[in-house]
Design a protein around this ligand. Structure first.
Ligand SMILES: Cc1cc2nc3c(=O)[nH]c(=O)nc-3n(C[C@H](O)[C@H](O)[C@H](O)COP(=O)(O)O)c2cc1C
Length: 152
């Protein structure tokens, strides 16, 4: 059984909703055990128990939140050799994929051994408090199912 944890930060609930839908998609695939954790509650010492780590953040000022960036730096202190990762963000249409690309770069540079298993998912919102733009949510479930199939 492959174990996956989805770690996210969310101030207004949009990124949480994306995380929930990703988990929903993952649970459609057999042979995967999923866990969901808010960033502020994540137990760093237990992260090595997982085969894959997904990191989600809202786009704040063109990149992931400060807490998310600190968290990725902290991942660099763990032995995650051979483990898999991918990322997701929520953003305005104008900043589509900006935060995911930066998170991917940070992981590649700082977290040696952790392999990006698929390009990150960027989900567009209408305003700061949402809602998520129509047609975006089904992509989250699909993304979850795709990632689960890849890591199992
Ligand atoms: C302080 C702050 C700064 C933001 N800056 C950007 C930005 O530069 N680009 C962007 O696309 N969205 C920006 N946003 C919009 C957020 O990405 C969007 O509201 C996101 O969906 C919030 O996620 P959450 O509901 O999980 O907190 C910003 C939001 C906040 C609160």
């Amino acid at each position: 059984m492959a174990k996956v944890i989805v770690v996210y930060e969310s101030k207004h609930g949009n990124t949480k909703l994306v995380a929930d839908k990703i988990i929903e998609g993952m649970r459609e695939v057999s042979g995967i055990e999923t866990a969901l954790s808010e960033l502020k509650e994540v137990d760093l010492d237990r992260l090595t128990e997982y085969d894959a780590i997904l990191v989600g953040s809202p786009n704040h000022w063109g990149r992931a939140t400060r807490n998310t960036r600190v968290f990725i730096d902290e991942l660099g202190n763990l032995n995650l050799k051979g483990k898999l990762a991918t990322v997701f963000d929520t953003c305005f249409s104008s900043d589509f994929e900006k935060a995911v690309k930066k998170m991917e770069k940070q992981i590649s540079e700082k977290v040696t051994g952790l392999k990006l298993v698929a390009p990150g998912l960027s989900i567009r919102v209408k305003g700061i408090k949402g809602p998520i733009i129509e047609g975006e949510l089904p992509k989250c479930k699909e993304f979850g199912a795709k990632i689960a199939a890849q890591i199992k």
